[in-house]
Design a protein around this ligand. Structure first.
Ligand code: ATP
Length: 648
């Protein structure tokens, strides 16, 4: 065990010149003079010689022992000049032309005939060659001597030598192993002088820079480590909404569903969408524990069992970001009537487009809703076009495309929320073909956008040409043309297709696609940040399972003895630090960096002092991590086998 235990007042270590061991050092030049040019301990008892000019003996002495500028030049053994041999040349050889080494002749001659004067003209000019990343001796510079590393070739070989997932273990306890792995990170052909390779500083938190904001240093730590406050708040609200229950709602418990929670914002019975009043509830599935949105059609009597089976089979195939996924449909009498229920994915805190855009501003029913910006309308148009493409390709029709059946869950993020219902409800008395219903989908999409653009509910859109003309005042001709194309009857009886429409709005599709990618990049950045937090939380939870624990496996005060005692002191060091004047130090940066260093098990030293200041432990994070892992593994072992005396 490399842990050193010192009495607290012995911690000060002597740093400086080596102490005299009784030998007479006066003639030996002090090493500090050699290395730094001066010695801090010259006047404090350092017994070595501090005068470089004093006699030549120290230098002479040194030159005997040390490799220095006066050392004889190194001559490789195999190039030792051969001892003069007697000439044994044949008569033919005697008349042969003198041997001149190819290419080296001029240089050798210059060396032998001229004194070594710096002559820029003799230096070979750098000429870029045909660059080939796979060529390890490119750019006309050979690398035999290992002194020149071509950055391009280095890069190339780095790319190929990147450690694979198996080799690369961020949480490796043994960092020498990491170092060996790291060796593959660097070129193998001797471009770098060999020496200890350092693993990257994984313990240091390294946020992506792309989305970092310009912040003051004191705001930095909190910002860098945690997701933006707004995002956190939104997610927390959504989690809260998902968990919300209403104990006295009076709603029944269904066979496989419980904790029903009403999502409708009004108790008005509206039959316009499906021909039956419909209600939406959040509910938890008893089997999976997941939350779903149940849409109930009140008073619907199912006459053909096949309707649900056939329709659900087709709709379960639809997986599209613009469609709320439907999972199942069933009938129930638990509400006191015969109801038909559809179970959809639950998107917490969503609002319908009707609620979001078409209701008068709160508290002022005479004020018209605000006009929707054109880019938002394009975003809606593109998302629904994308949904229709999948639906139509599966020989289905969406049918329910109206502001009260499109839900908005995030920033401009919408989904069709009531697909499949009309297919079940009108299973037997549907008189239209799928092609006709698909044509209707396009018209409904056009009317939806027109309704949003004019801020008028679809029921109020009586004069379509006038409404279309009114668009010109607020929106581009492009948008107006797109809406007009959707609403217009097909030319010469040739059916219109969603793919034709998507072709026509391709530029807007790419804009929306680009925004989605940017959004994805940003979320990825925040996710990477949370990764660090996950790591910290894990270390913290493990530490908490160890410290302050009572007896374990028959060992009394387990957490106060052995390695665990030092872990407890480490806990104090991380979380209970105090300033010199006794004020608690609450630096989050300190806590995070200590926990990350512990997790990475680096070689940095940490000094842990007991609460009574009597004992100090100096140990590395690597040793601490080993103790930490040992203690936790012991706990794991006991959790499986059960501590002696415990009831299993
Ligand atoms: N899958 C879902 N996940 C979460 N909330 C949903 C889901 N589907 C609908 N909702 C929400 O349920 C509420 C009621 O939806 P509904 O479609 O009944 O709207 P409505 O305006 O009440 O329409 P209608 O008057 O036709 O009943 C809306 O606030 C809607 O956002």
């Amino acid at each position: 065990m490399a842990t050193t235990r010192y009495p607290a007042n012995d911690l000060r270590r002597q740093v400086g010149s080596p102490r005299s061991k009784g030998r007479e050092n006066k003639d030996t030049l002090c090493r500090n003079i050699l290395i730094y040019g001066n010695c801090r301990y010259e006047d404090q008892g350092c017994t070595f010689n501090h005068d470089q000019n004093k006699g030549s003996s120290p230098q002479a002495d040194l030159s005997k022992k040390t490799f220095n500028v006066d050392s004889p030049s190194f001559t490789p053994a195999n190039q030792q000049p051969a001892p003069a041999k007697k000439s044994t040349l044949s008569s033919q050889a005697a008349s042969a032309a003198p041997f001149t080494p190819r290419g080296a002749a001029a240089a050798n001659l210059a060396q032998t005939t001229e004194p070594s004067v710096f002559n820029p003209a003799t230096i070979r000019e750098f000429t870029p060659q045909n660059y080939d990343i796979s060529n390890t001796a490119s750019n006309g510079v050979t690398q035999e001597n290992g002194m020149y590393a071509d950055p391009f070739t280095t890069l190339g070989s780095m790319g190929t030598a990147l450690p694979t997932a198996g080799q690369f273990n961020l949480y490796a306890t043994e960092h020498n192993a990491l170092t060996t792995t790291g060796a593959q990170f660097y070129p193998q052909h001797g471009a770098f002088p060999t020496g200890p390779l350092q693993p990257p500083n994984y313990h240091l938190y390294q946020p992506f820079d792309t989305y970092r904001q310009e912040l003051q240093p004191w705001q930095r730590a909190t910002y860098d480590f945690f997701m933006p406050a707004k995002m956190r708040e939104e997610l927390q609200k959504k989690m809260f909404a998902t968990q919300q229950v209403m104990p006295n709602s009076g709603l029944p418990q269904l066979e496989r569903w419980h904790s029903l929670f009403p999502l409708d914002t009004s108790n008005r019975k509206n039959t316009s969408s499906f021909g039956y009043p419909s209600w939406v509830y959040k509910a938890q599935n008893s089997r999976t524990g997941r939350h779903y949105a149940l849409r109930r059609l009140e008073g619907y009597r199912l006459t053909n069992e096949k309707a649900i089976l056939t329709v659900m089979k087709e709709w379960k195939k639809i997986k599209n970001a613009g469609v709320v996924t439907v999972h199942e449909a069933f009938t129930t009498r638990e509400f006191g009537d015969s109801s038909l229920i559809f179970a959809y994915d639950y998107h917490p805190l969503s609002k319908t487009l009707q609620e979001h855009h078409l209701q008068p501003a709160h508290g002022n029913r005479y004020r018209a809703p605000n006009a929707i910006p054109e880019n938002v309308l394009w975003a809606y148009l593109c998302q629904i076009a994308n949904a229709l493409k999948t639906i139509h390709a599966n020989k289905l029709a969406a049918r329910c495309i109206e502001p009260s059946k499109v839900i908005l869950s995030d920033n401009n993020r919408i989904r069709l929320s009531a697909c499949s219902i009309l297919d079940v409800v009108q299973f037997e008395n549907n008189t239209k073909s799928v092609q006709e219903l698909q044509q209707e989908d396009l018209v409904k999409l056009g009317r939806l956008i027109l309704s949003l653009a004019t801020c008028a509910p679809p029921a109020h859109l009586n004069n379509i040409p006038v409404a279309l003309d009114s668009l010109a005042a607020k929106y581009s001709t492009n948008l107006k043309d797109a809406v007009a194309w959707l609403i217009a009857p097909p030319n010469s009886g040739e059916p219109k297709g969603i793919e034709n429409f998507i072709g026509g709005i391709a530029t807007h599709m790419t804009t929306v696609f680009d925004l989605a990618l940017q959004d994805n990049d940003e979320k990825q950045f925040h996710l990477a940040r949370e990764l660090e937090n996950g790591r910290v939380a894990r270390s913290m939870m493990k530490l908490m399972t160890i410290v302050e624990r009572g007896d374990l496996g028959g060992v009394q005060g387990w957490s106060e003895t052995g390695d665990r005692y030092q872990l407890k002191l480490f806990r104090d060091y991380v979380f209970h630090r105090v300033e010199a004047d006794g004020k608690p130090n609450l630096s989050i940066g300190h806590m995070l960096s200590c926990l990350n260093k512990l997790d990475a098990g680096i070689d940095e030293m940490v000094v842990l002092t007991s609460r009574d200041n009597e004992t100090v432990f100096v140990l590395t994070y690597r040793e601490l991590k080993q103790m930490f892992d040992r203690a936790f593994n012991e706990l794991v072992k006991h959790s499986k086998t059960g501590a002696p005396g415990a009831n299993n």
